[in-house]
Write a protein that binds this ligand. Structure first.
Ligand SMILES: Nc1ncnc2c1ncn2[C@@H]1O[C@H](COP(=O)(O)OP(=O)(O)OP(=O)(O)O)[C@@H](O)[C@H]1O
Ligand SMILES: [Mg+2]
Length: 288
């Protein structure tokens, strides 16, 4: 499977939300990382053809998705960012409803629903109304709905938004498990959602694709560009004012202010090992 994006652009009025994106995807998990407003949802909505593009092409195995139409949509699973929910439905009813919209029915539909509810660990509560489910459970129902119909391309827009760390890990594990032989996209501004599972990470900033690389490759690219300043709580505020972007890290040894840049100030100790995707995020996406 090959999904090719050529010169893909989106303008809302005069505002360019996505700038001539050129990129190719084969099977794998792709983390789309970018701050608020970077264009992640715009890109996903163009991929699902929920949004009309301004220019460019999206081809699946050489064929434009607009001409593939239904055939393309049948291969898609989409987990939207905003939750439009049917509160009175149970998880099972909700999945049945979505499954029918996708053209599934009978035993095939019931079989898939059962399998997916088990996979997302909700089989026990399948008859509870959606209104009674926790945020994490709801996200897992949404994930299950995206997987109905065994899609080959799965598109998830901030699947872990608002979840606690345990539920984040839960979702991440399920995504890793279902991703075999699929093209999976995960948009997020939370590094930990994708750092252990993404084959490649796309860094998106102000509608531009800055880089697409493996997590390890990205981390290697910021070697020598991160530094730490040991500090007290009192000094921290001054550092935050002085350096616009920085992470505060609390370790057993004390408090550190972590900064990134091409020219680190002498007060910072350059970090050569244990660089993380957080440093990558800060270096490429948070510096102005
Ligand atoms: N319908 C619209 N009309 C006008 N501008 C829009 C519209 N939708 C999005 N935008 C703008 O386009 C830019 C990209 O928005 P988009 O929703 O794609 O970002 P995002 O990366 O998904 O952000 P978030 O992390 O907040 O979800 C933003 O500046 C946003 O304000
Ligand atoms: Mg978004």
């Amino acid at each position: 499977m090959k999904l090719e994006i050529k010169g893909l652009s989106k303008k809302y009025g005069d505002f360019q939300a996505l700038k001539a994106l050129n990129v190719e995807f084969t099977e794998g998990i792709y983390g789309i990382l970018g701050p608020n407003g970077a264009g992640k949802s715009t890109f996903m909505n163009l991929l699902t053809d929920n949004l009309k593009r301004t220019a460019g092409e999206i081809c699946l195995d050489g064929k434009e998705i607009l001409s593939l139409g239904k055939e393309y949509r049948a291969k898609l699973g989409y987990m939207p960012q905003q939750q439009g929910f049917y509160e009175q439905f149970s998880a099972m009813e909700f999945l049945r409803y979505i499954g029918k919209l996708k053209g599934l029915k009978g035993r095939k539909l019931n079989g898939q629903i059962e399998e997916l509810l088990t996979k997302v660990n909700l089989y026990e509560i399948r008859h509870s109304p959606m209104s009674s489910l926790s945020g994490g459970m709801r996200q897992r129902v949404l994930l299950a709905q995206a997987l109905l119909g065994k899609p080959e391309i799965v598109i998830m827009d901030e699947p872990t938004a608002g979840l606690d760390p345990k539920e984040r890990i839960n979702i991440r594990n399920i995504v890793a498990e279902i991703s075999k032989d699929k093209i999976v996209f995960i948009a997020t501004h939370v590094v930990s959602d994708i750092e252990c599972i993404a084959s490649k990470v796309l860094l998106l900033k102000k509608g531009e694709l800055i880089r697409m690389e493996s997590p390890a490759g990205l981390i290697a690219s910021v070697r020598g560009k991160a530094g730490e300043i040991p500090c007290t709580k009192e000094e921290l505020q001054k550092l935050q004012e002085k350096y616009v972007t920085g992470n505060t890290i609390q370790r057993q040894e004390g408090l550190f202010f972590r900064i990134v840049g091409d020219d680190l100030p002498p007060e910072a100790n350059v970090i050569w090992n244990n660089l993380t995707l957080e440093d990558v995020y800060m270096y490429y996406l948070e510096q102005s």
